[in-house]
Design a protein around this ligand. Structure first.
Ligand SMILES: Nc1ncnc2c1ncn2[C@@H]1O[C@H](COP(=O)(O)OP(=O)(O)O)[C@@H](O)[C@H]1O
Ligand SMILES: [Mg+2]
Length: 306
């Protein structure tokens, strides 16, 4: 962001101050991730600011230098990776580990989507912490229900007037983590379908239960209908996968879809892996899902070699 860009408005000082605050917060989070050696989060090497001059006006450019990825996940899919189930499971595994690493530090990403997952030669990493929130540090996005891109929001954040649990005036970390689970599950479905699951759900939902058409419908009243849309949307994705992959992979993709299903449950209170609760861990813990994705990736490689 440059001063020329942010000076375009009647409160340039306020916008400059906001830009500094937002970038400063993102950098703090990035350097915490680096300190804690979170290996599925992109590494920030350095940052600074540079004075330049454009059309005779002096301006500042604020920059962060990151380790360089080959490309993001969208390019990988365009070059045919969608058909490689072992890669799909490995990528889903890396994203789940990245989300879990952030959650262990009580950081929520809030904006996991295709452009924010980067591909390196031997791994994938999560990038763009520009919309993150932290339970331990107040940040610029705390007041927002869902700081990330609208097109990927979980259903409770579609505008039903749903009240997220709050503590000391801030949305709780648990509520943020539940949103991240939805974004992770939607990303996993994106890898095999190349559609935004949020868009797919909204297309399958009876229009009168979409808050975009009916501003008075509550989340509680809409939820049974979102669940119907969810069942239809998932079954469509499943049929697509069945026609795209040889039946010999069914043992992999059937379970993959089951894992996605837990993560994209429209009801945030039951989202996540119920088996984690049975062993006394939070339902939002990704540990079992991570180990199943690791297994499924290896299984898919074995099947491919047969
Ligand atoms: N470290 C990186 N290596 C290679 N490409 C990157 C890297 N970081 C970002 N990109 C590319 O730039 C795009 C925008 O970067 P991002 O950090 O997500 O900023 P924005 O706030 O614009 O979304 C990404 O979608 C990705 O394609
Ligand atoms: Mg981005």
């Amino acid at each position: 962001m440059t001063l020329l860009q942010i000076a375009d408005g009647d409160s340039a000082f306020e916008r400059t101050r906001k830009a500094f605050t937002e970038q400063g917060f993102e950098r703090d989070i990035l350097f915490l991730c680096k300190d804690k050696k979170l290996d599925k989060i992109v590494i920030a090497h350095d940052y600074g600011e540079m004075e330049t001059s454009e059309r005779g006006v002096s301006e500042y450019v604020f920059y962060t230098i990151f380790e360089l990825a080959n490309h993001d996940v969208r390019s990988a899919l365009l070059s045919g990776r969608r058909g490689d189930l072992a890669w799909v499971c490995q990528t889903a595994h890396d994203m789940a580990v990245g989300v879990s690493q952030l959650h262990t530090q009580e950081i929520a990403h809030n904006d996991l989507r295709p452009s924010n997952v980067l591909c390196f030669s031997d791994t994938q990493k999560i990038a763009d912490l520009g919309r993150a929130t932290s339970a331990n540090h107040a940040g610029p996005w705390d007041p927002l229900m869902h700081p990330g891109a609208r097109a990927y929001r979980p259903p409770e954040c579609w505008g039903y007037g749903y009240i997220q649990p709050r503590q000391y005036g801030r949305v709780t970390f648990d509520a943020r983590a539940q949103s991240d689970l939805f974004l992770l599950g939607a990303m996993m479905l994106f890898l095999v379908s190349e559609i935004s699951y949020t868009q797919k759900l909204r297309i399958c939902l009876r229009p009168e239960y979409d808050p975009g058409n009916n501003g008075r419908v509550s989340f509680v009243d809409a939820l049974p209908h979102i669940n119907v849309a969810h069942a239809k949307a998932l079954s469509d994705v499943k049929s697509e996968i069945e026609s795209a992959f040889d039946a010999k992979y069914s043992v992999v993709y059937d379970e993959y879809i089951e894992l996605c299903k837990m993560l994209v449950d429209p009801d945030p209170s039951v989202r996540g892996d119920p088996r984690m609760q049975q062993i006394g861990a939070p339902r939002s813990s990704l540990q079992r899902i991570i180990s199943r994705l690791d297994y499924l990736g290896k299984k898919a490689s074995l099947i491919a070699r047969k």
